[in-house]
Design a protein around this ligand. Structure first.
Ligand code: SF4
Length: 464
């Protein structure tokens, strides 16, 4: 089990902007030289009955705007838009299903957004039936089928229905339980609404229930955070994510609706992070890494203990080596060493599908060096350790020679107490674990280099 140590001085000194490494290379390295035919040939290379598949479905609509939001979403109360979207989404699913026919079995499905539960119960049931008729899904006992829920859009009956439709994991956006904070971010969600959703999910037999929190929101302070954490611990979800609010109004227009003077200052933010760690670990949660906590008996914590934890676009995962097939506007697929991102606007997404094309807008085919560095970054994020000798043998390299330019930076980090470094490998120390993004950045060959996509549209958040 991984202990963490909160060292406020070290964090304040080391915090900088950096990627979250849901992929390596990161999405800002994708280019439009990679097109739909490149993605199709990656799919064709897969062996029949080979690696398992993960499906991701993006539902971009939301009923109202949360001011802090940095997701790719469309705020509308016009339900007709979802009807049109579902028509196009099904056409994309047809194209994807044809590409992956006879390949691996689906072991993971994730619905994200936006707000997946913007779809009505009937629309969701119909969409899942449509997908089941086109892909071979593993049974409920082994498959991981998850959905992001906005508690403001569901009642207990809807949650029972989602379970019947095949979902077995659920994550709820909460962010903060304090009324004033909720008003300041335009997300009014009474505590009872969240607790009712959790109770209903538990009774319906969802296997893992997760809550998302954010620290750094307007009007938050250590008092409000203490109270929110008490309520979260009482609700006893299986997993808790604690995200750092990245205030970047120059990139995300809605964040301009947040008043600068309401934002907590840097020392208060750090104190709130410290509180989260202290309170959640005292309540028995295990730090998985990168903002995630889980109960020791949750399968994420078990996978980390067994060394089988992985990371993909949805965060940490227990399923290794899947090819990820993603459908919907802006969704990112990862198939056989390639990444492919769909068109980001509805207009462009619809236009491509109308032409009978897969709506891939950009992407990247990984080279040998990318594979190696992805391996290093994945291991550090999941295991907080890297056996450099084993890696060298597996990859046919001498770690010390290959990563000679990186070693001085690692040595400095070792002097700062973030990691231990010797001939056998790298071990991230308890106080280095909160700064794991900084450590991974050392191995990111692209970090700091000019990008294809301008910085104003693709900026990293603070590492802490
Ligand atoms: S936070 Fe979630 S519900 Fe709120 S606007 Fe963003 S995607 Fe929609």
């Amino acid at each position: 089990m991984h202990a963490i140590e909160f060292d406020a001085d070290l964090i304040a000194r080391m915090s900088q902007n950096g990627p979250r490494y849901t992929s390596y290379p990161t999405a800002d390295r994708f280019t439009d030289a990679f097109r739909a035919p490149d993605y199709a040939s990656a799919a064709t290379r897969l062996k029949p009955g080979g690696r398992a598949l993960s499906l991701y479905v993006h539902i971009p609509f939301c009923q109202s705007l949360c001011y802090y939001c940095a997701c790719n979403k469309i705020i509308t109360t016009n339900r007709e838009k979802a009807v049109i979207y579902l028509g196009y989404l099904k056409r994309e699913i047809d194209m994807q299903a044809a590409l992956f026919a006879g390949k691996g079995r689906v072991e993971q499905l994730h619905f994200g957004g936006g707000t997946p539960t913007y779809l009505s119960d009937e629309q969701m049931g119909d969409l899942l039936d449509y997908m089941r008729a086109r892909f071979d899904f593993a049974p409920d006992t082994t498959g991981e089928y998850s959905i992001e829920i906005d508690p403001r859009t569901v009642d207990p009956e809807r949650i029972r229905s989602l379970r019947r439709q095949g979902f077995n994991r659920l994550s709820l956006g909460v962010q903060d339980f304090d009324d004033d904070v909720q008003r300041a971010v335009n997300r009014i969600q009474p505590e009872a609404m969240t607790v009712d959703a959790i109770t209903a999910a538990r009774e319906a037999g969802f296997r893992s229930i997760s809550i998302d929190l954010i620290y750094g929101l307007p009007l938050q302070n250590t008092r409000t955070m203490t109270s929110t954490l008490d309520k979260v611990v009482a609700a006893a979800p299986d997993r808790i994510s604690v995200y750092n609010y990245a205030h970047m109004p120059q990139m995300f227009k809605s964040q301009k609706l947040i008043r600068d003077e309401d934002l907590p200052d840097a020392p208060t933010k750090l104190a709130m992070l410290g509180l989260c760690i202290e309170r959640l670990t005292a309540a028995g949660y295990v730090y998985i890494g990168m903002d995630h906590f889980a109960r020791p008996d949750d399968e994420l914590a078990r996978a980390q203990r067994d060394g089988t934890l992985h990371r993909n676009f949805q965060g940490y995962s227990t399923h290794a080596d899947t090819d990820m097939v993603s459908c919907g506007v802006s969704a990112i697929s990862a198939v056989d060493g390639t990444y492919a991102q769909n068109e980001k606007s509805l207009e462009a997404y619809y236009a491509r599908i109308d032409k009978g094309e897969l709506p891939v807008a950009r992407g990247l085919a990984m080279n040998e060096d990318d594979f190696l560095r992805r391996d290093v970054i994945q291991q550090l994020m999941c295991d907080f350790a890297l056996d450099t000798r084993a890696l060298g043998e597996r990859r046919g390299i001498d770690f010390g020679e290959y990563f000679a330019p990186e070693l001085p930076k690692l040595e400095t980090m070792a002097q700062d107490g973030l990691l231990d470094l010797d001939a056998q490998g790298i071990r991230v120390t308890p106080k280095g674990r909160l700064l794991i993004r900084n450590i991974c950045m050392v191995f990111d060959k692209y970090f700091g280099k000019p990008r294809a996509i301008p910085l104003t549209r693709m900026q990293y958040s603070r590492t802490i």
